[in-house]
Design a protein around this ligand. Structure first.
Ligand SMILES: Cc1ncc(COP(=O)(O)O)c(C=O)c1O
Length: 352
């Protein structure tokens, strides 16, 4: 078996008791801080933590399958959590319009949650957002406002537009890029959930960073449980979250990995709880994404591929490591990009 190849037959079964304490992980759902009787929304959270045996490495890796949330990413948690927090403390009234700016997974998540809870919603998207994504959101009944791809200080920018629409229509802008409820929801929910599933037997958390909400909330929770857990945020190579983290000079911003790195530090990044930020180049992220599908039968997106690359490095360097990787979204959205050989080759990426 090659170092970078498929796990041997039986590895998954063998490793089930390998990763953690040797006892079965809890199979019942971990309690949500946002309990609901809604049969769809109650399926948010409680995602599985599964072993991801990497041949040729010593450490154990487990992957948290956030793509099993109803709209296919961990953004379902913040959509439900932020809306519930705002409604509970009176900042969101039943007839208020919910507004959010998103080119990605947050759009679908906000559409689902507002649909089920009976809020009107408006999603602003930048040019270039896939027709599939726009169709998804529109199908669920949200209004879409497509904005040009302009600099963030331009009033036509999709975030500025969301802010304006919220003020004109007496709406509430969720603003995942600065709202402290974004990391707070993960602090109250994703962090405790994964800690309980892993039985606290975790040495490393590896989590992709976009707004930084997911890694920040998880990092704060696990750091409060144990000072021994090392939290690694994952950035794209040509992005400047890591430059902000280490205080080095920023470079150019350019990545094909959706979800990773907005290129700079945001208020939703709680760096004080994060131990390290590692950058992964796009090609490596995509190669690991394709390997996850081909070798492990796990369909993930590119940001998860980047995190799996980092986890692989940690597992190779530290045979005693117990690593939890946050799998942010599934691979179904990327058949015409990452999983398409022509798309990869046109951009000069290896297709192995
Ligand atoms: C696929 C994917 N991966 C990673 C991230 C980053 O998550 P966060 O914004 O919580 O840092 C996002 C968020 O935009 C995403 O959609």
């Amino acid at each position: 078996m090659s170092d970078d190849g498929r796990p041997a037959p039986g590895s998954y079964a063998a490793s089930t008791s390998d990763y953690s304490t040797g006892e079965a992980r809890p199979t019942e759902r971990v309690a949500s801080p946002y309990p609901t009787d809604d049969p769809i929304l109650s399926r948010i959270g409680g995602t599985p933590l599964v072993d991801y045996p990497e041949s040729g490495t010593g450490g154990d890796i487990a992957l948290k399958l956030e793509m099993e949330n109803p709209t296919g990413s961990m953004k379902d948690r913040i959509a439900l959590g932020i809306i519930r927090e705002l409604a509970d403390d009176g900042r969101l009234a039943a007839d208020d319009v919910v507004v959010e700016a998103s080119s990605g997974n947050t759009a679908g998540a906000v559409s689902l949650v507002t649909n089920r809870l009976g809020y009107d919603s408006v999603l602003t998207t930048p040019a270039g957002t896939s027709a599939q994504k726009i169709g998804y959101v529109r199908s669920l009944g949200s209004e879409i406002v497509e904005c040009p791809n302009v600099d963030s200080d331009d009033e036509r920018h999709y975030r500025t537009t969301a802010k304006r629409i919220a003020s004109e229509r007496n709406g509430v802008w969720l603003d995942q890029y600065s709202n402290q409820l974004n990391p707070t929801v993960h602090y109250k929910w994703t962090g405790p959930e994964l800690w309980e599933q892993a039985g606290g037997d975790v040495t490393h958390i590896v989590c992709p960073m976009g707004t930084g909400g997911t890694v920040s909330g998880i990092a704060r929770y696990v750091t409060e449980q144990s000072s021994d857990v090392h939290v690694i945020g994952v950035d794209a190579q040509q992005s400047n979250i890591s430059a902000s983290f280490y205080g080095t000079d920023p470079g150019p911003y350019d990545t094909d990995v959706e979800g990773l790195g907005k290129g700079h530090e945001l208020p939703t990044m709680w760096f004080q709880y994060v131990d390290e930020v590692r950058s992964v180049d796009d090609e490596r992220a995509f190669v690991q994404t394709r390997r996850a599908a081909a070798d492990h039968g796990v369909l993930v997106g590119g940001s998860t591929g980047a995190a799996l690359a980092v986890a692989r490095d940690v597992a190779s360097d530290q045979p005693d490591a117990r690593i939890v990787v946050i799998g942010c979204d599934g691979g179904e959205q990327y058949f015409d990009t990452i999983f398409d050989d022509s798309w990869m080759q046109e951009r000069g990426y290896r297709t192995e």
